[in-house]
Write a protein that binds this ligand. Structure first.
Ligand code: IMP
Ligand code: MG
Length: 168
């Protein structure tokens, strides 16, 4: 175990308070990146006591393994326009940074009022592309983690905590 469910709960509540404070009258659109951000987002929105809208995008980049192919493909798009809206991208983990920089660029082309990034985990040692994380849960070492929405080959997303998976 790397991060317990109690630690997750406490930190997610802090992030929710920060977001609520910064966006009190803005009705931001929280854009969750499926499937990894599902659990984080479900907990986070219940800690944000202001008006928010939610939407999702789905990507395919990792295939079934644990290594990035470096290629990001949009598998499902937003269900509504975000022009003139404040957008908060919700990610499970920032690794090389490729996925999120692609997503941010993609969202910017739709002329939102602003785009910020909220990520549960940051694996900073692996970064290849610069990304600014506006709301961050935890920095973690260079290990492969599962649980709380994160998977390996589709499994372990339902673990209530973050665990380290030993892979070769
Ligand atoms: P990036 O494009 O390299 O930043 O990859 C980010 C994506 O890779 C995340 O949204 C995850 O889906 C996946 N990923 C990266 N590291 C891990 C990990 O340790 N466990 C599970 N998924 C991971
Ligand atoms: Mg992901």
């Amino acid at each position: 175990m790397l991060i317990s469910d109690a630690e997750l709960r406490a930190r997610v509540a802090e992030l929710g308070r920060d977001i609520a404070r910064d966006y009190e009258h803005d009705n931001p659109v929280l854009v969750g990146v499926l499937k990894g951000a599902l659990v984080f987002m479900a907990d986070l929105i219940r800690e944000i006591p202001i008006e928010v809208t939610m939407d999702f995008m789905a990507l395919s980049s990792y295939g079934a393994g644990s290594r990035s192919s470096g290629v990001v493909k949009l598998a499902a798009d937003l269900s509504m326009p975000i022009e003139d809206r404040h957008v908060i991208l919700i990610e499970d983990i920032i690794d090389t940074g490729r996925t999120v920089s692609y997503l941010k660029r993609n969202l910017e082309t739709r002329h939102p009022k602003s785009v910020r990034l909220c990520a549960l985990l940051d694996k900073i040692e692996r970064r290849e592309v610069d990304v600014e994380i506006d709301y961050l849960g935890f920095t973690i070492p260079n290990v492969f983690v599962v649980g709380y929405g994160l998977d390996h080959a589709g499994l372990y997303r339902n673990l209530p905590h973050i665990a380290v998976l030993e892979v070769d």
